[in-house]
Design a protein around this ligand. Structure first.
Ligand code: GLA
Length: 726
């Protein structure tokens, strides 16, 4: 059984294959956290010592004059403002008077078969055996009900957490802060690993010691953001890729968030993750309920590569849905870097002809096919075809492309509106902007008010009509600015608008993906500005970054790989010199890097040499051969491209029969030394053959002492070697 409850000791133990999570209802009805880590079989209560910590760590009234009991020092499951815990708390509830004071006590619990779901929000699901623990807590004074939800996915060592809050009281209350998870650690020196960045350079890796004080990352942009990804890792300070205690947390939400790491006065560490408390205030009237988005947790004592594997499996099996979930994705060519806004039906057909010749399977018509859009200053919101520009209808174009043997896809940006559009002219009140104040523009566009169901309904009809009239096999859903002015004319309380906006986005995604189940959906936000589990619940792949430079991509995809599998990471071969960096890399290296993801091309095929065309033909064939391994295999990072001069990784299939080693030289020098790389994930008792030169090596040798790679020179050369078990 995954979830055990010991009624005598009032201890809950949540067990996955390799981990245990434990908590206890104490004699005062407080829910204390006891343990999260490698599997254990006993109560961890003995770890809690009680002694007088002075009046500055106060004592709840219920404990009488027992000065040894203070919630300022005890590890808790869901600390709240008002109990004398002066660390950051998970819940702050405000009453009309401005008073913020809450005191939650255990009321009951339920253990349910199956994994809970959350109304209107994405959350992990499980068709296999999974269990849910629901713990009911109550604040009697306000008549506030809080249900903590724990989902246990045993197979990939995942524990999920969420919270439901219900106002059963007579007065309106306001949730001013809510974290979906709190993890308290009694002792230990931890590092926190976060993934920071900017547009076109997402998910760089930052590792820092958790020290006294608070370390926070998050977003207040209304999107999860390029700047900080909502996936974080806490590790013991000595942990490496292959060794040590690691905890990962991923927020299944695509809007603003907050992750906090705090080392307190007694050297204890608290971790909290959830919605951003800035620009958030959720009004709950009598009878209203609120759901906090889910956080997915995993622990391993075997290092970072293993932690990543847990998240990769979880995303592939319990987050991504739909027809393409486990399917090999078609190799695509995207028109954006091929021709930007400069195309018509004829030139697109030419691109399709060239693509078909090279074995490419899907043509994606990116931005510029609708309204009167010839640059990025107009027409967002006008989702009807620009027949004048195309010289034909979209259905006709799609038919022509299909006749050439290619699938056909389009780009949309449903959450946005250009001021120069028919939609804006007829519905200016459908945008997020503050009355009496000019809004902030981003890419010269405004944000539609997705917290208003009327807007969501309009967009559903508008996008559906395009998808109904034309054979469309793929849709790229983009979102190209941050939200600045949070005011909805349809809302009577503005504090909840950003949250309701996200619910609106999710509801449209749910309805469209449900209505058009055969379409392959890819999401995007200026590349990886909304690269999170929330979006992955609706779209099984995300455009990783607007930066397609192979060398930068090695680093971006390295950072991405900590929390997300290759199958969801959109990655394309583009032109040289690269459009973002001006760097020239050879076609092989561009292919090697792009193949480590949902693969495609994004360049003008009319402008490339015969030699490059031949390389593309070869790459597409190689990709087809390797795609099952790349999309389903176990991925191991073998270098740190932010420090090392190479990017190196290996993907090994479940049975350890095939392994693809990829190495990219991030720098070239004269007279290069040999590079030795220790492989991972192989069977240490078996031999492996290098399929290029047929040489055979023992798995243990390749992993213990390594494999030598030598290149002479070239434009950032790379090596891809497939090993097969013999
Ligand atoms: C964003 C996307 C690009 C492209 C453009 C089109 O920047 O990330 O891939 O679709 O929009 O305007």
């Amino acid at each position: 059984m995954a979830i055990l409850y010991n009624d005598t000791e009032k201890i809950f133990s949540l067990n996955t294959k390799n981990t245990t999570y434990q908590m206890k209802v104490d004699s005062y009805g407080y829910l204390l956290h006891l343990y999260y880590g490698k599997s254990i079989n006993s109560s961890m209560e003995y770890m809690l010592l009680y002694f007088d910590r002075s009046g500055f760590s106060g004592n709840p009234y219920i404990v009488g004059n027992d000065r040894t009991y203070s919630l300022d020092v005890l590890p808790q499951e869901f600390p709240v403002q008002g109990t004398g815990d002066y660390r950051s708390v998970a819940l702050v509830v405000r009453e009309e008077t401005g008073c913020c004071d809450c005191d939650l006590h255990y009321k009951g619990h339920r253990i349910i078969d199956g994994k809970y779901s959350l109304k209107g929000l994405p959350a992990a699901y499980s068709s296999k055996k999974a269990q849910t623990l629901e713990i009911m807590l109550e604040d009697c004074r306000m008549n506030l009900e809080v249900r903590l939800l724990y989902g246990v996915l045993e197979d990939c060592d995942i524990i999920t957490r969420s919270v439901k809050v219900k106002n059963n009281g007579k007065q309106t209350i306001y949730i001013e802060k809510i974290s979906s998870v709190c993890l308290d650690f009694l002792y230990g020196n931890y590092d926190v690993i976060t993934f920071y960045g900017r547009h076109a350079m997402e998910r760089n890796v930052n590792r820092a010691a958790v020290s006294h004080g608070k370390h926070c990352i998050g977003s207040r942009r209304g999107t999860s953001s390029h700047q900080y990804n909502p996936f974080v890792i806490l590790t013991e300070e000595t942990a490496t890729e292959t060794y040590g205690e690691c905890y990962g947390a991923s927020f299944v939400y695509s809007g603003s968030f907050l992750a906090e790491f705090e080392c307190d006065q007694y050297d204890q560490t608290r971790f909290l993750m959830g919605l951003s408390d800035e620009l958030f205030s959720y009004q709950l009237e009598t009878g209203d309920e609120f759901y906090a988005p889910e956080v997915i947790l995993s622990h391993t004592s075997m290092g970072l590569n293993r932690l990543s594997k847990n998240f990769h499996n979880c995303i592939r099996e319990h987050i991504c849905r739909g027809k393409y979930k486990d399917k090999i994705r078609p190799v695509l060519i995207n028109s954006w870097e091929a021709c930007y806004f400069d195309f018509n039906g004829k030139t697109l057909c030419q691109l399709a002809d060239q693509a078909a010749e090279l074995g490419i399977e899907l043509l994606v018509l990116d931005d510029g096919w609708f309204g009167e859009r010839n640059d990025d200053n107009s027409s967002l919101g006008d989702w009807y075809v620009n027949e004048k520009k195309l010289g034909m209808g979209l259905a006709e174009l799609s038919e022509k492309i299909h006749k050439k043997g290619l699938l056909f896809g389009i780009w949309i940006e449903p959450e946005m509106v250009s001021e120069n559009s028919n939609l804006y002219r007829s519905h200016p009140e459908w945008t997020l902007q503050v009355p009496g104040k000019k809004p902030v523009r981003g890419r010269n566009q405004l944000v539609l008010d997705f917290s208003n169901p009327e807007v969501v309904q309009y967009m559903f009809e508008s996008i559906s009509s395009v998808l109904n009239q034309t054979v469309i096999n793929y849709v790229k859903w983009d979102m190209n600015r941050s939200i600045a002015n949070i005011y909805s004319s349809s809302s009577k309380y503005q504090g909840k608008v950003l949250y309701d906006y996200m619910l609106g986005v999710y509801s449209l995604l749910e309805r469209l993906t449900d209505t058009f189940p055969d379409i392959l959906w890819e999401s995007c936000s200026g590349g990886g500005g909304r690269f999170d589990m929330g979006m992955l619940y609706y779209t099984p792949q995300i455009w990783c970054s607007d930066n397609t430079d192979a060398i930068d991509r090695v680093r971006i995809q390295y950072g991405t790989s900590f929390g997300y599998p290759l199958s969801v990471t959109g990655s394309h071969v583009s032109a040289a010199p690269n459009h973002q960096t001006g760097r020239v890399t050879c076609m092989d290296t561009r292919g090697c890097v792009a193949m480590t993801g949902a693969f495609g091309y994004e360049l003008n095929l009319a402008n490339i040499t015969e030699e490059d065309k031949n390389s593309i033909k070869k790459q597409v064939k190689t990709y087809h051969k390797l795609a099952p391994l790349l999309q389903q295999g176990d991925y191991y990072r073998l270098s740190n491209p932010f420090k090392d001069e190479i990017g190196a990784w290996i993907v090994v299939d479940e049975k350890k029969e095939k392994a693809l080693l990829s190495v990219v030289f991030l720098n070239v020098h004269g007279n290069l030394p040999v590079v030795y790389i220790k492989l991972q994930g192989l069977d240490s008792t078996k031999n492996y053959k290098n399929t290029e030169n047929k040489k055979v090596y023992h798995g243990s040798a390749l992993m213990q002492y390594g494999f030598p790679i030598s290149v002479s020179h070239g434009e950032y050369p790379s090596v891809q070697i497939l090993f097969e078990k013999v």
